[in-house]
Design a protein around this ligand. Structure first.
Ligand SMILES: Nc1nc2c([nH]c(=O)n2[C@H]2C[C@H](O)[C@@H](COP(=O)(O)OP(=O)(O)OP(=O)(O)O)O2)c(=O)[nH]1
Ligand SMILES: [Mg+2]
Length: 137
């Protein structure tokens, strides 16, 4: 089975909170919290997919991002290859453009959220990246 390429982003605000969205019940991995993002279209590069999905799903314009983590995961019914970006600069106020509730959550809250299985190491990477940054400041 070929892996579906997915671009997702972890947007961080000035309060060190990250943006999450609730997946609709009928979606794959529905009812779980996610980082906004979606499938890379044919011929599209992964950064363009990130920017497009952020605009479509939460109405944010990505100004600056860096690669945070890459992970492939087999859900049994589907294999996904996730490219995860840390979004360090963006424009706009997040809005739930596709009807899925969105929230800014602290890193403590993030740890406790029910997310798809592939997200566990992603959350670890977020905590490490943002935690270390604070030590450096
Ligand atoms: N967006 C997102 N997808 C994730 C995360 N973790 C994870 O395993 N996935 C999986 C679920 C899906 O199988 C796939 C992403 O698909 P998606 O439903 O967001 O794709 P999309 O926005 O293009 O939606 P659609 O047009 O196909 O409805 O990656 C995550 O944190 N965010
Ligand atoms: Mg999506």
């Amino acid at each position: 089975m070929k892996a579906i390429q997915v671009a997702i982003g972890v947007a961080v605000n000035g309060n060190a909170e990250v943006l999450v969205a609730l997946r609709a019940p009928e979606q794959h991995q529905g009812g779980l919290w996610e980082f906004p993002g979606g499938k890379v279209e044919p011929g599209e590069d992964v950064e363009s997919a990130l920017a497009r999905e952020f605009l479509e799903e939460v109405g944010l314009r990505v100004l600056q991002s860096e690669l945070l983590y890459e992970i492939s995961h087999d859900y049994g019914d589907r294999r996904v290859a996730l490219t995860v970006f840390l979004i360090t600069s963006f424009e706009g106020e997040p809005r739930p453009k596709e009807g899925n509730p969105i929230e800014w959550v602290t890193l403590e809250q993030l740890k406790a959220l029910a997310m798809p299985a592939a997200n566990r190491p992603i959350v670890e990477a977020v905590l490490e990246r943002l935690g270390l940054e604070r030590v450096v400041e």
